[in-house]
Design a binder for this molecule. Structure first.
Ligand code: HAM
Length: 438
């Protein structure tokens, strides 16, 4: 017997039974981003490895430990571990930064990181993200935080805490790095191997190390907020003022440094305690140096990304509403070959009018067909046998009430079905409304 092939560790199938949850979340995110004037961008799944080395950063966990790099012929590529680098590459390559600024884009994409899988942490996961290029003003930081918050609110989520921090600009960062080096130097031999090299190249990365020993040593490390230059300090204060004006509650967390190297000034995370250890549902910040670093003209920029798996998990745990999938409006049960043709023709007409129609394509008997109609939750069923074809009349059965209405199988069929279906839908909407009012 052939051995069954299963999906790779850290990946998930999203079956038709689950997909409506994804459609709900993606719909909310898209609509909200459009409300804020962002437009969709689609970028390649793989990029040249260099792109991620130069943007995400050579001393990050993502680059050092988690990239899926493949060699095809003589060229090396990497499956995107995140969406920002590719989006900015695309903005530069397509001359989008020469257009009216700010450029505001959003994306929904899969990302690949070779991490240890656990609840809320996958090797292939999905992000909804936005990037805005061109604005230096803290009002744009407030704008994207407000966009993220609106999506979380519209999804019905509660108890998500917004943590913000500023990690300064290269000028204040230089002083901070010296302070960190001085702090970690005496502990050098206790740090993990990766952090020992980080101490020389990029000591701030030690603050983000997942090793418990490094995390324990980092507990009392100096904090960046004590090293901010005047410009960064006032940017951070202004952001807080805007957030208060928008009634967005936040807490300042000087420990947030983010796991990617491109950030400057504002960084933020939305965190929940409802899904276990991997509770960051959204992370982002400003990256004013990245575009220039990638060969574009100097342009400040910022953005965020939400993990869709984590978002859906939190919605499930908090019993939030998902938009239910549409069910079959009409199931037609043909009893013989000539009825199959009538079923096809009736189905074709109603589908043109936007109804979801199915008929049997398995040559099954009546009992099996009714079982299937129940399983797919069909609202109405018509059985077409010899009698019905001869008289050109059939009974349209309402599967919820059991009520039967005679309906003619001629050119008036579509209109009559429409009348009955609309009445039924109205009845249903009213029932829901009454329930809500109680
Ligand atoms: P990030 O924090 O690496 O930032 O990822 C953003 C979000 O993706 C996380 O908050 C989390 O919800 C989700 N995520 C990350 N890794 C995994 C994983 N292994 N499994 C499941 N979900 C995960 C970025 O990627 C930046 N590009 C965000 C950004 C956009 N900053 C500016 N613009």
């Amino acid at each position: 017997m052939a051995i069954k092939i299963t999906r790779p560790q850290g990946t998930e199938d999203i079956t038709p039974k689950q997909i409506y949850k994804w459609h709900t979340v993606e719909g909310i995110a898209r609509e909200t981003a459009e409300n804020f004037g962002f437009h969709e961008i689609r970028i390649p799944t793989f990029e040249s490895t260099d792109l991620f080395l130069r943007s995400v950063g050579e001393t990050t966990d993502v680059v050092q430990k988690e990239m899926y790099t493949v060699k095809a012929k003589e060229t090396e590529f990497t499956l995107r571990p995140e969406g920002t680098a590719g989006t900015i590459r695309s903005m530069i390559q397509n001359g989008m930064l020469n257009d009216a600024l700010p450029q505001k884009v959003y994306y929904i994409l899969s990302c690949f990181r070779h991490e240890r899988p656990q609840a809320g942490r996958l090797r292939e996961f999905h992000q909804f993200g936005v990037e805005m290029a061109g604005s230096q003003s803290p009002s744009s930081d407030a704008e994207i935080i407000s966009l993220a918050k609106t999506i979380l609110d519209r999804a019905g989520l509660q108890n998500i805490i917004l943590h913000i921090n500023s990690i300064g600009c290269p000028a204040c960062r230089a002083k901070y790095h010296s302070a960190l080096k001085a702090y970690f130097e005496p502990h050098k031999s206790e740090l993990c191997d990766t952090c020992q090299t980080r101490l020389e190249k990029n000591p701030m990365r030690i603050l983000d190390c997942k090793s418990p020993i490094c995390a324990e040593i980092a507990k009392d490390a100096p904090i960046i907020l004590d090293y901010l230059c005047d410009e960064c300090k006032s940017h951070f204060e202004k952001l807080q003022e805007y957030l208060r004006a928008l009634h967005i509650t936040f807490s300042i967390d000087p420990k947030i440094v983010r796991g990617l190297d491109y950030y400057t000034k504002t960084v933020f995370e939305f965190v929940t305690t409802d899904i276990g250890a991997q509770g960051t549902v959204c992370g982002g910040g400003r990256y004013d140096g990245l575009i220039e670093q990638m060969g574009g003209k100097p342009t400040p920029a910022l953005g965020f990304a939400m993990g869709l798996e984590r978002l859906i998990l939190t919605m499930e745990n908090q019993k939030c509403n998902f938009k239910e999938p549409k069910n079959c409006d009409l199931y037609i049960a043909p009893m013989d070959e000539s009825a199959v043709i009538t079923a096809m023709q009736l189905g074709q007409k109603l589908r043109e009018s936007g109804y979801q129609v199915e008929y049997d394509v398995m040559k099954r008997g009546l009992k099996a067909q009714m079982k299937y109609a129940n399983k797919i939750n069909a609202s109405f069923v018509i059985v077409l046998g010899e009698n019905e074809l001869q008289s050109q009349k059939a009974n349209l059965k309402n599967m919820q009430t059991g009520e039967q209405t005679e309906i003619t199988l001629d050119e008036t069929f579509e209109e009559k079905f429409d009348d009955i279906a609309v009445q039924y839908m109205f009845h249903d909407v009213m029932k829901d409304f009454e329930k809500e009012c109680q």
